[in-house]
Ligand binder design. Structure first.
Ligand code: UDP
Ligand code: MG
Length: 328
């Protein structure tokens, strides 16, 4: 399909009713300076507040706005997938709705794209207002991810520009459980990056809970690495070596009649081996669960409704002089 617009913006939205209209207007103020055709795809990820109504209002105000409502809350990753499936631009930019991804760097990202880069990563140079525990666990996650997968994603964010080549490649990755940041890194292509300072959230609090972040971390590691599985083999071999040494020693003591009561040793060994076996089974279980999720082949998300006034020019809100820049 040939592109119908130049730039597609993909913005996943979950319970952002209070500031959505203002935030989208702020983002669009930057986009209009680029003087190119664009569309803004807002994916309502099953919001429980009035977000969908706000998206409807926005689509009436601006013909560039396309609203897609998912049938329930599928999570940001699935919402991103939905957005990427719907875009029709030559290039797309994925960003958050809460203005933590500052729109002012979009012209720089577009400049790099025009220079010939296929993917432009916006890289965080600070981590915004996060608790010490959050910062520490995220550091640990990136260290583990780097050790297990070889990808250096420290500072990486979901704020990215993707050329249509990269989007086509992304669409070929058909796994159900996605980790956008990692998968975008896996794509390769000619890439550049733009640093940005994470702003404070315009309103509300982060939608990520600790269990949701833990799940994301687990998905990221299991999706990109089988090293945890290979670990089990390594630990098994280490224990085999230990058991050979200890076994020989025990037999020798038995034969020479020096066998002593080794109750403590037996208990400690039992505990160590028991826990390692449990962890090993758990790791295998994680991969098994992932295979199970993937083979079910369920869709990544379901769309309940979509809205756009793109082709109906009369629906453009002519009252809104400030934003009445659209060619009709
Ligand atoms: N979001 C989403 N579905 C969710 C959680 C979040 O679409 O289940 C959206 C949210 O509306 C925002 C973006 O994903 O546009 C980032 O979410 P948030 O600001 O809560 O995350 P953080 O900035 O703390 O990483
Ligand atoms: Mg945020």
């Amino acid at each position: 399909m040939s592109p119908t617009v130049t730039l597609s913006l993909v913005i996943p939205v979950y319970n952002e009713e209070k500031h959505l209209v203002n935030s989208v207007k702020k983002i669009m103020e930057v986009i209009v300076t680029l003087a190119c055709d664009f569309e803004v795809i807002l994916i309502d990820d099953g919001s429980k507040d009035n977000t969908w109504k706000e998206i409807n209002d926005l689509s009436k105000m601006f013909k560039e706005v396309v609203g897609i409502q998912l049938s329930r809350n599928f999570g940001k990753e699935a919402a991103l997938c939905a957005g990427l499936d719907y875009i029709s631009g030559e290039v797309c930019i994925i960003m958050d709705a809460d203005l933590q991804h500052p729109p002012d760097i979009i012209p720089e990202m577009m400049r790099l794209w025009k220079e010939g880069y296929d993917i432009v990563d916006a890289v965080k140079i600070n981590r915004g207002h996060e608790s010490f525990a959050y910062k520490l666990s995220s550091k640990l996650f990136y260290i583990l991810l780097n050790k297990f997968t070889g990808y250096e994603l420290t500072g990486a964010s979901d704020y990215k520009l993707l050329d249509s080549k990269a989007i086509d490649a992304w669409r070929q990755m058909r796994e159900r459980i996605t980790f956008f940041r990692g998968m975008a890194a896996w794509l390769g292509y000619k890439r550049s990056s733009v640093p940005f300072v994470v702003a404070a959230r315009v309103d509300g609090v982060s939608k990520w809970s600790v269990p949701a972040l833990f799940k994301l971390a687990k998905n990221a590691i299991t999706a990109f690495s089988t090293i945890p599985l290979q670990f089990i083999t390594t630990i098994g071999f280490i224990f085999l070596l230990g058991s050979l040494l200890l076994g020989t020693n025990t037999l020798y003591q038995k034969i020479s009649g020096e066998a002593i009561s080794g109750f403590t040793t037996v208990i400690i060994l039992l505990l160590i081996i028991g826990s390692i076996l449990m962890i090993a089974l758990g790791i295998i279980g994680e991969y098994l669960a992932k295979i199970y999720e993937e083979v079910k082949m369920r869709p990544r998300y379901l769309v309940r409704e979509s809205v756009t006034y793109r082709s109906k020019e009369n629906n453009l809100n002519k009252q809104d002089k400030e934003y009445n820049y659209v060619k009709v």
